[in-house]
Design a protein around this ligand. Structure first.
Ligand code: NAP
Length: 237
């Protein structure tokens, strides 16, 4: 896909991987609708998108609310004239052994990481399918293919993301919708600061920009070529 003048919508765009992908898309020439809950992150991101000559649509919203999702999909399509690229990135991690993991933490992960992704895809599909070429990028994790102690809720939600991505690919490939599931290992973001995760060597783990670059490279392939999964991990953590 030639990203120039395309419309992208990125959830969880204010920080970390979502922010890096939003900026990388803008640098390639996309106008980007950016969604997350913290207004000041979105305003600074919008300025950076403006600095590279593209438009940003700021949407302060919580993806766990279905009405909010319906609203921002509609607003993006109306104000930007459709949607070509949907990046489902918003996600949270709550870690703890199963015997002590709270119901609230379990629900937070499933509502943000999986339910919101399903709702965004369902609501965006009518717009994506109006285009000859369109793309859904789902940010999963290597935890979506592996298991680890204290990761039950997080890994289960990300395994769900992988299943959702595979079903979407099979259902919509003939309509011209490519689906890319991105599975990063440890990335140096606020997310990885959780006290129950092993303390990473921040110099050696991935940067959000690495994940963005791999994602952009896959998007830019011609329509006939679908990178259905990206595994990206630190070389020597
Ligand atoms: P991050 O730095 O914590 O950024 C997460 C972004 O999502 C923030 O902008 C946050 O903004 C937004 N967000 C969270 N809950 C939201 C909600 N309910 N509604 C709207 N926005 C919400 O984390 P990250 O590392 O960039 O993570 C991004 C994705 O990558 C997640 O899906 C994560 O599971 C995945 N991932 C991360 C790693 C890693 O090592 N960092 C590895 C593999 C996969 P607000 O709080 O302002 O809403």
């Amino acid at each position: 896909m030639d990203i120039k003048n395309k419309v992208a919508l990125v959830t969880g765009a204010g920080k970390g991987i979502g922010r890096a992908i939003s900026l990388a898309l803008a640098r390639e020439g996309a106008n980007v609708a950016v969604v997350s809950r913290t207004a000041k992150d979105l305003h600074s991101l919008s300025r950076e998108i403006g600095d590279v000559g593209r438009k940003a649509l700021i949407i302060e919203g919580d993806v766990t609310r279905e009405s909010v999702i319906r609203g921002f999909i509609k607003e993006t399509a109306t104000k930007f004239g459709g949607i070509d690229i949907l990046v489902n990135n918003a996600g949270v991690g709550r870690f703890g052994r199963i015997e002590s993991l709270s119901t609230q933490d379990w629900d937070d992960m499933f509502e943000t990481n999986l339910r919101a992704m399903f709702l965004c895809i369902r609501e965006a599909l009518p717009h994506l399918k109006k285009k000859e070429e369109s793309i859904v990028v789902n940010i999963a994790s290597l935890a979506g293919k592996n298991a680890f102690a204290t990761g039950a809720g997080y890994a289960a939600s990300k395994w769900g993301v992988m299943a959702l991505s595979k079903c979407l690919l099979l259902e919509e490939r003939d309509a011209g919708v490519r689906t890319i599931a991105v599975c990063p290992g440890s990335v140096d973001t606020r997310f990885f600061a959780h006290e129950s995760l092993p303390n990473p060597n921040r110099e050696k783990i991935l940067k959000a920009e690495d994940v963005a670059q791999a994602t952009i490279d896959a998007i830019k392939l011609p329509q006939r070529a679908m990178v259905s999964e990206i595994e990206i991990r630190p070389t020597n953590p």
